[in-house]
Design a protein around this ligand. Structure first.
Ligand SMILES: CC(C)(COP(=O)(O)OP(=O)(O)OC[C@H]1O[C@@H](n2cnc3c(N)ncnc32)[C@H](O)[C@@H]1OP(=O)(O)O)[C@@H](O)C(=O)NCCC(=O)NCCS
Length: 182
């Protein structure tokens, strides 16, 4: 089936709120414990609706079903859905700061078909267009192989402490964007 890629819209958010826990639950197996997955779905993973407003979040659509989402950000927040959003989410300065790669989730039945790769390319193209030369992200362990395949390198590892006391090991990953002409 053909997959269409487009910018996410406000009316997609309810479908994304179903897709994200499903993807996180199925595709985190073997990387995180069931307790870590459950806690992360409650406290971390989710839609950051600011990205939808900013039009920097994308969806992959097969037929009438949204099968994946992911995007980038020109704002400071590194990870997390609306449920963990603080007050400030300031604009980054492309001359000084790295743009963020944000919130990639692929429906388990659509995994390993290059959708994540394509969403990263769309994100990097748009960030480059906005003047950014570097990308950075807080990656989950299940996300790490995709980002590594796309040229991202681990700069350090950290644990996110969730409100229930469970910790989620993550990786800080970065990439220099080559210009489109190189
Ligand atoms: C991470 C995720 C988005 C990957 O999406 P995807 O569409 O399956 O990735 P792609 O098919 O584009 O993979 C591209 C390449 O990345 C690497 N890769 C992706 N997933 C991998 C995995 N589970 N194991 C090993 N390598 C993997 C491979 O090199 C792959 O190329 P190949 O299939 O030709 O070998 C998906 O597994 C997911 O939703 N995971 C759960 C949620 C999550 O943790 N998201 C990351 C948040 S930071």
């Amino acid at each position: 089936m053909d997959i269409q890629f487009r910018t996410a819209r406000a009316e997609d958010i309810s479908a994304l709120r179903e897709l994200i826990p499903l993807a996180a639950d199925a595709l985190s197996q073997g990387y995180y414990t069931d307790q870590q997955i459950r806690s992360a779905i409650t406290h971390i993973f989710g839609v950051d609706s600011q990205l939808v407003t900013d039009q920097t979040y994308y969806v992959a659509v097969a037929g009438s079903q949204i099968v994946a989402c992911g995007g980038w950000s020109k704002r400071s927040t590194l990870f997390g859905g609306d449920q963990m959003k603080g007050e400030d989410d300031d604009f980054l300065d492309p001359a000084r700061d790295s743009a963020r790669i944000r919130a990639f989730f692929v429906h388990p039945e659509w995994a390993r078909r290059g959708i994540g790769r394509r969403l990263i390319e769309m994100s990097e193209d748009a960030a480059r267009e906005a003047g950014f030369t570097r990308m950075e992200m807080g990656a989950t362990l299940p996300g790490e192989p995709l980002y590594a395949a796309m040229g991202y390198e681990v700069s350090d590892r950290f644990d996110i402490e969730m409100p229930d006391g469970v910790t989620l090991p993550c990786a800080h990953m970065t990439k220099e964007l080559a210009s489109r002409h190189e």
